[in-house]
Design a protein around this ligand. Structure first.
Ligand SMILES: C[S@@+](CC[C@H](N)C(=O)[O-])C[C@H]1O[C@@H](n2cnc3c(N)ncnc32)[C@H](O)[C@@H]1O
Length: 234
């Protein structure tokens, strides 16, 4: 059998949110690539998917540091792509695990693009995004009728937030930990400080749900945090 590269979105935390298709692909995988952001950390994606991984699969945890330096990132992407390529050349079925959906702000995207370009066969299995799962956790509609829904990653300077907050009906904000204070400031500026909910570590044992602006103002927000803003109110 020819080697094939799969990207699997494992959802944000609850192992029951893996799709049946993801589980089927995991069942035939030879190698499972698990990304992690820091040397000393475990892979969260592996932790979520582990109960669906068979014992013969070889698990490789690769470091994808969360830094802004483009050269450092590129160096790690190239090294990690080479590791994956070795297995593909040996005709292995290689699965790359990602949090949430594989094609939304994920390091899988860079691996996939590079391997596709080199002619390897690639298949992406969609996963449940963090914002779908967080909305379900609090039974909150993401958008109704003609309302708009915008998804943005919070940046340190809050530029996209400043631009989009006045223009949208509903807003999903990922990577809130990059600058929760600026988020609190903008929510207050546009008088929507009572129209948000933040879900941290959705589906994990230590999940936290808050609508308290002070939590954002204090600035100590876990990396796995998503904010949903409903301009029209809850
Ligand atoms: C690099 S992005 C990955 C997004 C992911 N691919 C998805 O489909 O949701 C990481 C961000 O996703 C959100 N996220 C991922 N898992 C989460 C969870 N369990 N609870 C809350 N937010 C989560 C957070 O905003 C986090 O900063």
């Amino acid at each position: 059998m020819k080697g094939k590269f799969y990207g699997i979105g494992v959802g944000p935390g609850d192992p029951d949110l893996l799709t049946l298709k993801a589980v089927k692909v995991l069942n035939k995988a030879d190698v499972i690539i698990c990304p992690k952001g820091k040397e000393e950390e475990d892979s969260i994606a592996l932790d979520i998917a582990k109960e669906h991984i068979h014992e013969k699969a070889v698990i490789k945890t690769l470091l994808f540091p969360m830094v802004h330096c483009k050269e450092t990132l590129k160096k790690h992407w190239q090294e990690n792509t080479s590791i994956i390529e070795e297995d593909l050349k040996a005709e292995k079925q290689v699965v790359f695990l990602t949090l949430g959906d594989a094609l939304l702000y994920s390091t899988y995207i860079y691996m996939m693009e590079s391997l596709k370009q080199q002619g390897y066969e690639v298949e992406t299995i969609s996963g449940i995004t963090s914002f779908s799962a967080t909305a379900s956790t609090v039974n909150l509609p993401l958008a109704k009728g003609k309302e708009t829904l915008t998804v943005l990653p919070l940046t340190k300077d809050g530029e996209s937030l400043e631009r989009l907050l006045p223009a949208v009906d509903n807003l999903v904000i990922l990577k809130v930990s990059h600058n929760p204070k600026v988020l609190a400031e903008k929510l207050k500026q546009y008088n929507v400080e009572n129209n948000f909910v933040m879900i941290s570590k959705c589906g994990h044992d230590d999940e936290i749900i808050t609508r308290d602006i002070q939590v954002l103002e204090e600035g100590n927000v876990p990396y796995l945090s998503t904010v949903i803003v409903k301009k029209g109110g809850f």
